[in-house]
Every structure is written in structure tokens, then in C-alpha cells.
Design a protein around this ligand. Structure first.
Ligand code: SF4
Ligand code: SF4
Length: 338
């Protein structure tokens, strides 16, 4: 059973399995995609182009998953192709995870944060929240996310309020952005400085990826239309994420990584099986083997996965600037090129 001192320890643990044949007995962190909708319609998000009936995870199914996860002590994450704060039972879900003694992380666009939500985050001691931005400037964020300046300012003000209302170090607040070559690198320092006053960490997490947009929207050459170059495809990429990642989607389907959504990477449904059994199933083992040998083209999800690309000037790096440690570090992404 894992006993993580904080949410970061779960990611540290996962690195142990980032090689062939090293499979976690149970994933150190488990992602929930609580719903299938978002209140934003970002240009770079596949969700923007999909028309589907709004659905969300049944709360009793959610509890069943959390009960099982609590046997292993994994970090729980609310992320995915959705806005988690839209979940009708979001406060109950937060309370349930924390009552089980698990670490909890939420990634949100921040627009639905209000006083009530802030109280729920603080009272239940949510461990970590990432607020996602796009690009270095307000102008670029508003353009790429189809939002107004007012919405942008509202998000920033709500994050400030959360930060100011904290009585302890929880939640650990991260401001995160991906960038494109439309972003002037000279604005990076300004972006970090601007947001660091109400965050513990500011991350520039590599390049914005436009995978699946053509498939989902029918729009051709979206990168060209935005004035971007096509990224360079890396050779011989292997993926080991399926050794330590698992996602539960709004319909109870369980997938092998948090970016996956196709049947090929679906290992079952929580209403029919346990997470543990699915994790150790024959299908899961076959998927791992295929990806560890670098046969990523076999799966639609993996054919266009961002770990297969490198972007001029931007690359596939993560820049973390952390408060207090005065530390700026560059971490290699999990992709390997040989
Ligand atoms: S906020 Fe996130 S989930 Fe929502 S449309 Fe934008 S990228 Fe997609
Ligand atoms: S290649 Fe990408 S989509 Fe496929 S399992 Fe790995 S991280 Fe997920």
C-alpha cells in the first residue's frame, strides 16, 4: 500500500515504472474523467469539436472506485477531457476521496471557482490544484480558449482569492500553460513573475498539441491556419505510461493512460470488473508489450500522441519554477528517442 507524504510523491513513485517490464502492482495515481463536457471551447481541444450527450460518472460508481483505490493508497486526480468542477457531485466527490485518506489533485480551467468551491477545497484539504492557461499572454489565452478578457480576469481573481484564503500549504497551487510558436519566448519570465505571486509553482509544460483536431472537426491544416509549423515526428518512441497510469471515464470505462479514449486502450468497465483485475488483465499486458516495443502506430490514440513529436524552438520539455526553492528546472518528458 502506498503512503504518499504529498501528491508529488505519487509522481516520484511512478518514475520507478518508466521502463520496460516494470509494472506497478496498482497505479500510483488514478485519474477520473468525471464528465464529458467543458464550459470552454478551446481551439486546441478535441472536445470542442465533438457533439455528444452530456454525461457524468454515476456517484455510486465513483464511490465504488474510490473504495477500491483506498486499498492501495493511490493519488486520485480529477482531470481529463472535461472541466471537473462541472460535475454535479463535485463537493461530495472531494469529501469522499479525502475521507478515505487519499491524496487528491484537481486540474481545472478555474472559471467555476466560487466561494463555495473554495471552501470545499480548503475544508477538505485538497492536496493540489493546477489552473491551466494557454500561452504567455492574456491576449493569446483569450484567443486560443475562445474566452473574453472578463472571463480571464475572473479566473485570475478567483485563484488569487483561493491563495489568500489558504490557512495552510494546501492546496499546492500550480499555474500551468502550454505554448506554441505564436508565443514570444521573451514573455516567459513575465508570465512566471505575474502568476508566481499567487501560486507555489508556475509550469510551462511544453508544446500545445493539436492531435485529433482534424479527425474530430474536419478542419484541415489547423496548425497552418494558426501560423504554426507542423511538429517534427520523433523516431522509435516507446511508451511506458501504461505501466503506471489508469483513467476511469464518465461512463465507467477504464483506460490505460489519461490521454486515451479509444476502445483499443479500454481494458473494461468498472461496473463489470475490479480495477485491480483490469490492471492485470491479458489485454492490459498486451497493450504494455506493444508500446514498450515502440509499436505505437498500432493504436489510433498513440499514433497522434504528443510524446511522438518535437516542436521547433519549444521542444518537449517541462519548465518548473517553484516558489521558495528559487529553482528553475528542465525535465525531460517520458518519451525516448533512440
Ligand atoms: S478548458 Fe480544457 S477541457 Fe475545456 S475545452 Fe479547454 S482544453 Fe478542453
Ligand atoms: S503513446 Fe500516448 S496515448 Fe498511447 S498510451 Fe502512451 S501516452 Fe497514452
Amino acid at each position: 500500500m502506498y503512503r504518499f507524504d504529498n501528491h508529488i510523491a505519487a509522481y516520484d513513485e511512478s518514475r520507478r515504472y518508466n521502463r520496460k517490464g516494470e509494472i506497478a502492482a496498482f497505479p500510483p495515481y488514478v485519474t477520473f474523467e468525471l464528465g464529458n463536457s467543458c464550459n470552454f471551447s478551446c481551439i486546441m481541444c478535441r472536445k470542442t469539436y465533438i457533439k455528444e450527450k452530456k454525461e457524468e460518472l454515476d456517484f455510486s460508481v465513483f464511490k465504488k472506485c474510490v473504495d477500491e483505490i483506498s486499498n492501495y493508497g493511490s493519488l486520485v486526480r480529477f482531470i481529463g477531457y472535461c472541466e471537473p468542477l462541472l460535475y454535479s457531485k463535485i463537493k461530495d466527490a472531494i469529501r469522499y476521496v479525502k475521507k478515505k485518506g487519499l491524496r487528491l489533485h484537481i486540474t481545472t480551467n478555474g472559471s467555476l471557482l466560487n466561494r463555495e468551491m473554495i471552501n470545499a477545497i480548503l475544508e477538505n484539504e485538497v492536496d493540489s490544484v493546477i489552473f491551466s492557461f494557454q500561452g504567455f499572454t492574456q491576449e493569446e489565452d483569450c484567443f486560443m480558449r475562445n474566452i473574453s478578457c472578463k472571463t480571464y480576469s475572473n479566473v485570475v481573481n478567483k485563484i488569487k482569492l483561493l491563495h489568500k484564503s489558504r490557512k495552510s500549504e494546501k492546496p499546492y497551487i500550480t499555474i500551468s500553460t502550454t505554448i506554441t510558436s505564436r508565443d514570444n519566448p521573451e514573455y516567459e519570465t513575465e508570465f512566471i513573475k505575474r502568476h508566481m505571486c499567487y501560486a507555489d509553482q508556475v509550469q510551462v509544460t511544453g508544446a500545445t498539441h493539436f492531435a485529433f483536431i482534424e479527425d474530430e472537426s474536419g478542419i484541415r491544416d489547423i496548425e497552418k491556419k494558426l501560423g504554426l509549423n507542423k511538429p517534427r515526428k520523433l523516431k522509435n518512441v516507446k511508451c511506458f505510461l501504461t505501466n503506471y497510469e489508469m483513467k476511469i471515464a464518465e461512463n465507467g470505462n477504464v483506460y490505460m493512460c489519461c490521454g486515451s479514449f479509444t476502445d483499443e486502450l479500454n481494458i473494461g468497465n468498472i461496473e463489470k470488473n475490479t480495477l485491480f483485475n483490469m490492471w492485470h488483465s491479458e489485454k492490459a499486458m498486451k497493450i504494455r508489450e506493444t508500446l514498450a516495443f515502440g509499436d505505437l502506430d498500432k493504436f489510433k490514440n498513440c499514433r497522434a500522441c504528443q510524446i511522438r513529436y518535437d516542436y521547433d524552438k519549444i521542444g518537449n520539455t517541462i519548465m518548473n519554477t517553484m516558489k521558495g526553492k528559487n529553482k528553475k528546472k528542465k525535465m525531460e518528458l517520458y518519451a525516448e528517442e533512440r
